[in-house]
Design a protein around this ligand. Structure first.
Ligand SMILES: [Zn+2]
Ligand SMILES: [Zn+2]
Length: 204
């Protein structure tokens, strides 16, 4: 469930769940129960790190792909980014790098880092970015001295955002630069400095 698309897809198909009573156990099919007008819809939930894990009792239960936190009982106004950040902002790397972004962006869309620990260059943010690569998920950590190791990626400002299971797509959540197909002699830091300039993107 590291891939955004896999998380979105998890909400779109109905699922069979166990429906047990004292005497017998049967199964039933359930669908995602809320309309897309909810703040918490398949797209926002998936972007905030969640995929759908329903049970008969909790039909709108979702789990975080990284910290495995489960949440349910969504109300119309609930904001999945804010809730993930509030509940897991000190433990879950996805909550820190993605959901906490709302802390750093003002109403006109510019970045302001009131909390120095949230600066893109801080050690805390670099560590959180590294954790998005998980353990044994990043394909280029198998080879020693690969220029695009997960460590170099995190130093270069990238988080792991695979399109499909096991691919090497990474994204900078500040300038939305997204890249894959990394070679042994690539330097993520250099790439990240050059490409946003060409695209005339401002970078904090
Ligand atoms: Zn989480
Ligand atoms: Zn960037």
């Amino acid at each position: 469930m590291e891939s955004l698309q896999a998380r979105i897809d998890s909400f779109l198909k109905s699922k069979r769940v166990k429906k047990s009573s004292k005497s017998n156990s049967t199964s039933a099919t359930v669908k995602w129960p809320h309309p897309s007008s909810f703040n918490a819809n398949p797209h926002t939930l998936a972007e905030a790190g969640f995929y759908w894990v329903p049970s008969w009792e909790d039909r709108d239960s979702v789990a975080c792909f990284l910290c495995h936190k489960e949440l349910s009982d969504w109300d119309e106004e609930d904001n999945p980014f804010l809730i993930h950040w509030q509940k897991c902002g000190s433990t879950c790397a996805w909550a820190i790098v993605r959901c906490g972004l709302s802390e750093d962006i003002t109403e006109d869309g510019s970045f302001v880092f009131l909390n120095k620990k949230r600066l893109p260059t801080s050690k805390a943010m670099e560590k959180a970015r590294l954790q998005t690569f998980g353990e044994n998920l990043w394909p280029h950590d198998e080879q020693d001295n690969h220029g695009a190791s997960s460590k170099k990626m995190a130093q270069g400002g990238f988080v792991y955002t695979p399109q499909t299971k096991g691919d090497d797509t990474v994204t900078c959540l500040y300038c939305n630069l997204s890249l894959g197909g990394w070679d042994t002699d690539d330097d993520p830091m250099w790439v990240h400095e050059v490409l946003p300039l060409r695209r005339k993107v401002t970078h904090p």
